[in-house]
Design a protein around this ligand. Structure first.
Ligand code: FUC
Length: 348
């Protein structure tokens, strides 16, 4: 295992560092301390050719200029909170409104936009980057000083594990995720439309016109939301399903997972032979198919376009602080928030 450290750029006089973890078979994982952003993951295709399988930039300037949350950590809350407000023990909290009247992805200065402290740990067959950040009481409207640690780990099995840990000194809400856009074709050669996704999920959350879950669980049965036996993304994107059309032609939906740690999420690109298996302890994954990726800029030299990448955001169901029937994002004072997601890169 090898860890390479480099200067990625400078922000307000502070150096931004990049870390590249390289395992014994040459798989590489690169991240920066700005937003804990994963910038590059190099994995082999069926011919052994190593190419990048995530959307990311080569320079800090590009991230600062425009990034629809490429590769970063989202928090304190992933997804949207209706009217940017919630109540804890009869006290109402107002959050940053950064998408119309609603709160999205932790606000303008969410965890994706802060510089995290970092340290490196290497073991015989595993290397870790440990990122830390303390989110102050009241940041973006959230209560409590929240002390966080996010660890990115690469091992010799071509597995990346993301572990999240947090403790707050007051009752608060927390729902973190990583917002990597995957594209298994390698170096963004094709869109993700031909990717086949398998999800162990019988139900997904209906969205309202502002993409906020209504609280209603819809059955996937006989719909383009049924990924239980595998489905090509293009089939859903081209369908007339009102929930697909509502979010701009594609998916942007939370799926409730039937299983954990049982290969519950599998993404395959048959042409390159690459397969990604995701296992998590979270009850839900948000599938976002890059519906609003605009044209007019380049990502690693490749022109951006709709559906160039897809996100599989493991998390608690979004907006459920405003809906008591779902797993809660509430974190009690001094309780430990702890969750893990594993991304295993394989060949079909
Ligand atoms: C995803 C989506 C959103 C948004 C964004 C870039 O997580 O849920 O709709 O467009 O990230």
């Amino acid at each position: 295992m090898e860890v390479l450290k480099d200067v990625f750029g400078e922000l307000n006089g502070q150096a931004i560092t990049s870390y590249t973890l390289r395992n014994d078979s040459g798989m590489e994982f690169t991240c920066i301390d700005y937003g804990c952003t994963i910038t590059r993951i190099m994995v082999p295709d069926k011919n052994g050719v190593k190419e990048n399988v995530v959307l990311g930039y080569d320079t800090l300037e590009e991230y600062l200029n425009y990034s629809p949350y490429f590769g970063c950590i989202i928090g304190r809350i992933s997804g949207r909170i209706k009217n940017a407000t919630f109540t804890l023990d009869d006290e109402a909290f107002t959050l940053a409104k950064n998408e119309n009247e609603n709160h999205l992805h932790g606000g303008d200065n969410g965890f994706h936009n802060v510089i995290w402290s970092s340290s490196v740990e290497t073991k015989a067959d595993e290397a870790n980057i440990v990122f830390s950040y303390t989110s102050p009481d009241g940041e973006e409207g959230f209560p409590g000083n929240l002390k966080l640690q996010v660890t990115y780990s690469l091992n010799n099995e071509n597995e990346i594990v993301i572990s999240y840990q947090g403790v707050s000194d007051q009752k608060t809400i927390v729902n973190l995720t990583n917002h990597s856009y995957f594209n298994l074709s390698g170096n963004l050669k094709r869109t993700i439309l031909a990717h086949e996704l398998t999800l162990k999920s019988d139900g997904f959350l209906e969205l309202d016109p502002s993409s906020i879950p209504t609280g209603k669980v819809l059955s996937v049965e006989d719909t383009v939301f049924d990924f239980r036996k595998g489905l090509q993304i293009v089939q859903g994107v081209n369908s007339e399903h009102p929930q697909i059309k509502l979010v701009g032609g594609g998916y942007d939906h939370p799926f409730l997972l039937n299983a954990n740690h049982e290969q519950e999420i599998t993404l395959v690109d048959y042409e390159s032979g690459r397969k990604l298996e995701i296992e998590t302890d979270e009850p839900c994954v948000v599938l976002y198919t890059g519906n609003s990726l605009e044209e007019g800029f380049t990502i690693g030299g490749v022109p951006s376009e709709k559906h160039l990448g897809l996100c599989l955001e493991t998390q608690l169901p979004p907006n459920m602080i405003n809906n008591p029937n779902f797993p809660s994002a509430v974190l009690e004072a001094n309780e430990v928030y702890s969750t893990k997601t594993k991304y295993a890169f394989k060949l079909i």
